[in-house]
Design a protein around this ligand. Structure first.
Ligand code: RTP
Length: 155
């Protein structure tokens, strides 16, 4: 059992088609790894329209919904589950603000994006939405592996 396991969370992170096309997969994974988060599941897939609509169901009434769905189904994405202390909120900070012009340099969107409709990456915005998204994208479940690095990252 992990020390401090009570504060452990999991989040759903997706590298969007622009991030894949632009060759940013390695850099993005590296940022999460180097921070001290653990990769629990990962798949490289192109999703169908109905699946993208389900993922973004909360945004169905937004004027940008159709464009958003077109963007997400336009090519393969990297869907991942990451684990760590406060990984939901900290993951969002690593990603940076939704609108890339508001994202600070040093964040993924601050470093690599200029348009809100091409903002490279998605990260769950709360523990509950993370659980919902992980269940949607990984219905088969995620692995239970424990990192041997753990005592060097957590007290
Ligand atoms: P994400 O879910 O992708 O992490 O983004 P978010 O929570 O930071 O932002 P949200 O408001 O949930 O929007 C989801 C995604 O929709 C696209 N978007 N386009 N054209 C627009 O005005 C607009 N606004 C949002 C972005 O790709 C955003 O990440």
């Amino acid at each position: 059992k992990y020390q401090g396991e009570e504060t452990m969370e999991t989040t759903f992170i997706m590298i969007k088609p622009d991030g894949v096309q632009r060759g940013l997969i390695g850099d993005i994974i590296s940022r999460f790894e180097k921070k001290g988060f653990y990769l629990k599941a990962m798949k490289f897939i192109t999703v169908e329209r109905s699946f993208a609509e389900k993922h973004y169901a909360d945004l169905a009434t937004k004027p940008f919904f159709n464009g958003l769905v077109e963007y997400i189904i336009s090519g393969p994405v990297v869907a991942m589950v990451w684990e760590g202390k406060d990984v939901v909120a900290t993951g969002r900070r690593i990603i940076g603000a939704t609108r890339p012009w508001e994202a600070l340099p040093g964040t993924i969107r601050g470093d690599y994006a200029v348009e809100v409709g091409r903002n490279v990456i998605h990260g769950s915005d709360a523990v509950e939405s993370a659980q919902k998204e992980i269940a949607l994208w990984f219905p088969e479940g995620v692995s239970e592996w424990k990192s041997q690095m753990h005592p060097w990252i957590y007290e």
